[in-house]
Design a protein around this ligand. Structure first.
Ligand code: ADP
Ligand code: GLC
Length: 478
């Protein structure tokens, strides 16, 4: 079965967050399920410059304001369509933000073009390749089902996956003609959203199926508290909404072979982690030694991720004798907060502001515990990496974090099934309590190692999720 995936990023070509990991890994995982997925991506410089050979399969003299080509190519094991539209994508810097740190002013056109071309491909514009189902990701691709609806062409099943409901793609109504949408689409039962054009809203309305990346997040976003104004619409879609957990690429994330780790190990050789742990301490300028519980963060440094709560909880972490290694980038005030904390507590708190894939692997392979105090978390991938690498996740009980970590409650400990520590509600006080609990558990080496081994035995691969997506596609394809 041929499936078209449409996304604004895909690892290892271009990545700002977990969306890229998912869009990059799903096609490989689906192959075992008999699904041949091709991925349509914007022709950012990072992608067009990486293409070794590509075939032009479609051309436009004027696609949303400039000439464009659709390229077909294969790269890093991904079968791609690349929308080569230099007026939209050939610019340096971040794929979403201009040099001033604000959204590119033409983001509506940039991502509507992606969805527009995706819808044409879905409808069979290429005689040689007609997918059975189209799968769009997040607001950047969410207009696709709306185009399908208003085009009224060949019927094709569509799936929209919500990776983060907080990013909704809301733009001025005056853009309607430029986006190629008919006047009647500006209505409650169309793309209109609080007087503006809502890309995500439109996708949630018109996609045949909506998935999000964990069952708990699928339930949360149907409540007023977490629905970010879209809960009513989501409730209205009833059984069309479901949650499918993400996996991680267990070939890349394998502590027994990971070339980015100084020492390799598995669940039977946990003591080998000590070398990685020492390397983490060294790289983050933390005092050497095995006594202090080593906590770490690998994250965007934002409010969503609860990083301000962690700043507030630092005195407790230090009082517990803990160390903290922070790898992340994001909100300047939070970055400054961790930098200042590292200066104030040399040897106890270390911080690397930036994005570093290699360091992320090292941290997961060496830290005792990984902190993920997110206020909301659609799925979260770093706690899955932590489980796989024997780093004990300490997480807020929300979204995918709730679904993937088994809290060390007295009952779970007695049953020998705990994999981490959860806390709720998501406040600094409850995070402090969770840090205290983790530190106490680490003082019981047998219990701690049991948790590490349980985590490492958890299936965090794409196998089960891929099976679920394939079943969904089959259902839609009839
Ligand atoms: P989100 O997509 O909301 O940022 P996820 O946990 O789903 O959160 O995915 C984040 C991905 O980005 C993971 O693969 C994680 O390892 C990676 N990551 C986040 N911050 C950094 C960083 N500073 N350096 C390296 N990798 C990072
Ligand atoms: C988003 C979410 C994150 C999820 C990722 C991949 O970035 O914030 O929780 O893991 O998408 O689905």
């Amino acid at each position: 079965m041929d499936v078209l995936s449409v996304a604004s990023e895909a690892y290892p070509l271009i990545k700002t967050g977990g969306l890229a990991d998912v869009a990059g890994a799903l096609p490989g995982a689906l192959r075992a399920e008999g699904v041949a997925m091709r991925t349509l991506l914007p022709g950012y410089l990072a992608i067009t410059e990486a293409l070794v050979s590509a075939e032009v399969v479609l051309r436009w003299d004027d696609l949303f304001g400039g000439a464009a080509h659709l390229l077909a190519a294969s790269l890093h094991g991904l079968d791609l369509f690349v929308l080569d539209a230099p007026h939209l994508y050939a610019r340096p810097g971040n794929i979403y933000l201009g040099p001033d740190g604000r959204d590119w002013p033409d983001n509506a056109l940039r991502f509507a073009a992606l969805a527009r071309v995706g819808a044409w491909l879905a409808q069979g514009r290429l005689p040689s390749w007609r997918p059975a189902v189209v799968h769009a990701h997040d607001w950047q691709a969410a207009l696709l089902p709306a185009y399908l609806h208003y085009d009224g062409g060949r019927p094709i099943g569509s799936v929209l996956t919500v990776h983060n409901l907080a990013f909704q793609g809301v733009f001025p109504p005056s853009l309607l003609p430029a986006l190629g949408l008919p006047p009647e689409s500006f209505a409650l039962d169309g793309v209109e959203y609080f007087g503006a054009i809502g890309f995500l809203k439109a996708g949630l309305l018109f996609a045949d199926r909506i998935t999000t990346v964990s069952p708990t997040y699928a339930a949360e976003i149907r409540t007023p508290a977490d629905g970010m104004a879209l809960d009513g619409l989501l409730r209205g879609r009833g059984a069309a909404v479901s949650g499918i957990l993400n996996g991680i690429d267990t070939g890349i994330w394998n502590p027994a072979t990971d070339p980015l780790l100084p020492a390799h190990y598995d669940a039977t050789r946990l003591e080998a982690r000590a070398r990685n742990r020492a390397e983490v301490q060294f790289r983050f300028s933390l005092a050497a030694g095995e006594t202090a519980p080593l906590f770490a963060v690998v994250s965007r440094l934002t409010g969503q991720k609860g990083m301000d709560l962690l700043l507030a909880a630092l005195p407790v972490l230090l009082a517990e004798g803990g160390q903290l290694a922070v790898l992340g980038a994001g909100d300047p005030a939070i970055e400054r907060g961790f930098r200042d904390a590292a200066t104030a507590h040399p040897g106890r708190i270390g911080c690397f502001v930036g994005y570093d894939e290699g360091l992320a692997h090292l941290v997961q392979g060496g830290t005792d515990a990984l902190l993920v105090p997110s206020r909301f978390e659609p799925c979260g991938l770093t706690q899955l990496c932590a489980l796989r690498y024997g780093a004990v996740p300490v997480v807020a009980r929300v979204g995918g974090l709730a679904d993937t970590v088994i809290d060390a409650s007295p009952m779970a400990l007695a049953a020998g099934v705990a994999t981490g520590v959860q806390f709720a509600p998501v406040t600094a006080e409850m995070l402090e309590a969770a840090i205290r609990r983790a530190a106490a558990l680490r003082r019981q080496p047998q219990t701690w190692q049991r948790m590490q081994r349980n985590g490492m035995a958890t299936d965090v691969s794409w196998r089960d999720p891929a099976r679920r997506y394939a079943a969904l596609y089959r259902e839609l394809a009839g």
